[in-house]
Design a protein around this ligand. Structure first.
Ligand code: N2P
Length: 357
């Protein structure tokens, strides 16, 4: 009997070792994890019904996690703890990730639905020929405001936010580029300014906004503004569109001094384990009807030209959310300012947050 138990234990041990070796070998070829695909996306940035549909159609299980800033996303991917098959960074971060060798070139032959993307969103300077990324959503940064709570106050400039009557009325995005950018723009500087004196001046100016800042938040912004718990929010355009569906009293403006035009694209990080399924998922999201459903759900602006035909007319003709090329030309796209400068933006933003406490 003892011998039998011994033999059984040996067989068990050998099987376990073999299993571990097989799974390691598979993952080093990028095709492990049987049938799962792990996706890392911004919060509130997909219609979850589409995840289920992808799972049903392909038999691939989706593991879905969210982040709320490019910086947080990049740190987690660089650490490599969780291995993501898809992530959705914005342009300057795609450039930075490529520079740090964190991305895998895409196989365009597996992405036939790429033909539906408007040329205007392809081959942009942050990723020539879309070697590493395909467009997901795009938009602007601006101010959503509630005229009902503001009486006759006009909101059209970044500097309007410094009005002392707005005490405790403003919600800010928890993002270094957005907030420091607002400070820079309000002084007439570029969103990509790296001049230290200008950056310090912007940070000092932001410190004086503190009495008006109610909170620095992530995805809760939508709910707080729609429920009229604050009168003003610094937001990404799609969040504004969504809030305005909830509460028709609100409006959205891109300030006259200028603002940010951004593009969020899907990429496959270097650590991906299921490259095949990652391409499949990306191509699925590029399908015009799927993209239209996703866009109606999240309210951001789709780069998928064909998808526009499946969407309500009033949504796609709204210039606040589908600004013309002439309007977007006046806006600035964030550039990858390099490790040191980006770290400095983060440092100033942290100091600004501390100043509030
Ligand atoms: C979605 C956030 C969109 C991010 N909640 C804009 N880059």
């Amino acid at each position: 009997m003892k011998k039998l138990i011994h033999a059984f234990l040996v067989v068990m041990l050998v099987s376990i070792v073999l299993l571990v070796i097989i799974s390691k070998l598979n993952s080093s070829h990028g095709y492990s994890s049987g049938n799962t695909v792990t996706i890392y996306n911004w919060g509130d940035y997909i219609d979850e019904e589409l995840i289920e549909r992808f799972e049903e159609e392909t038999g691939t299980k989706v593991i879905y996690e969210t982040f709320d800033s490019n910086e947080a996303m990049m740190t987690k991917i660089a650490q490599g703890g969780t291995t993501y098959d898809i992530a959705v960074p914005s342009e300057y971060m795609i450039d930075k990730m490529r520079e740090e060798d964190l991305l895998i070139p895409l196989d365009h032959s597996k992405l036939p639905n790429l033909q539906y993307i408007d040329e205007r969103f392809m081959d942009l300077p942050f990723d020539p020929s879309n070697k590493y990324s395909v467009p997901y959503f795009w938009g602007t940064v601006g101010i959503v405001y509630n005229p009902k709570l503001l009486e006759d106050m006009e909101i059209s400039s970044w500097n309007d936010l410094w009005n002392p009557e707005l005490k405790n009325q403003i919600l800010l995005i928890d993002g270094a580029r957005e907030v420091i950018g607002m400070g820079l723009n309000s002084l007439g500087y570029s969103l990509n300014d790296t001049n230290k004196d200008h950056l310090i001046e912007a940070k000092r100016k932001l410190d004086t906004l503190t009495p008006n800042v109610k909170a620095i938040v992530g995805d809760e912004t939508r709910m707080l503004l729609a429920n009229e718990e604050a009168a003003i929010g610094l937001v990404w355009s799609g969040d504004a569109a969504d809030i305005m569906w909830e509460n028709e009293d609100l409006d959205y403006v891109v300030p006259i001094e200028g603002s940010n035009l951004w593009f969020d694209n899907m990429v496959i990080p270097k650590t991906a384990k299921n490259i095949e399924a990652a391409h499949q998922f990306i191509n699925f999201m590029l399908d015009p009807e799927i993209a239209a459903q996703n866009t109606e759900y999240v309210s951001y602006s789709t780069p998928n030209k064909e998808a526009l035909n499946y969407m309500p007319e009033d949504m796609v003709t709204d210039e606040r959310f589908y600004p013309s090329p002439e309007l977007t030309e006046k806006l600035e796209v964030y550039e990858n300012l390099g490790l040191k400068n980006l770290a400095y933006y983060n440092e100033l933003f942290l100091e600004f947050k501390m100043h509030r406490k």
